[in-house]
Design a protein around this ligand. Sequence first.
Ligand SMILES: [Zn+2]
Length: 183
Amino acid sequence: MILKIEKYPAPVLRAKGKTIAKITAEIRELARDMIDTMEHANGVGLAAQQVGRALQLAVIDVLGVEDRPSTMSVEGKPVALEKWMPLSLLNPKLVLGGLRETGSEGCLSFPEITSEIERAASVTAHAMLLDGREVEFEATGLLARALQHEVDHLNGILFTDRMSSANRVSVAGKLKRLQKDAK
Ligand SMILES: [Zn+2]
């Protein structure tokens, strides 16, 4: 089912997601609907806040973005992304690598806004999967970026918070328009 995507400045986007203690049928259905919604909108990631639910749940799919490669390793061994995408991550935690890189980012809650954002070039992620398995994996490239963007959402942090002040000025007009559209 395709869900409605909350647009900036919806207050739920600023809410910190509640930890998911138990994987219920409702949570599994929400994750499935979020994947449908993300694919329908051609996004690479979606957080529960973006569909109006303040929960620690995010979905990611970086397949098909050929110009922006990703790597993923489990226990130090590279794995095939096809086997892992789309990812549904519950209660994810990240440890950021030391190297930083700047790359272009958009957000389904901010239509028509893209900006260069500096992020860690690699991350180690720890999360629970929908089958209850706990996983830890390393990611680089677009996947590392998407993980940081989505985990930010789960904590009520938006990509505008991560923009340089110059980039924030350059998108200010579009942000104002979104605020006006919401009224
Ligand atoms: Zn976003």
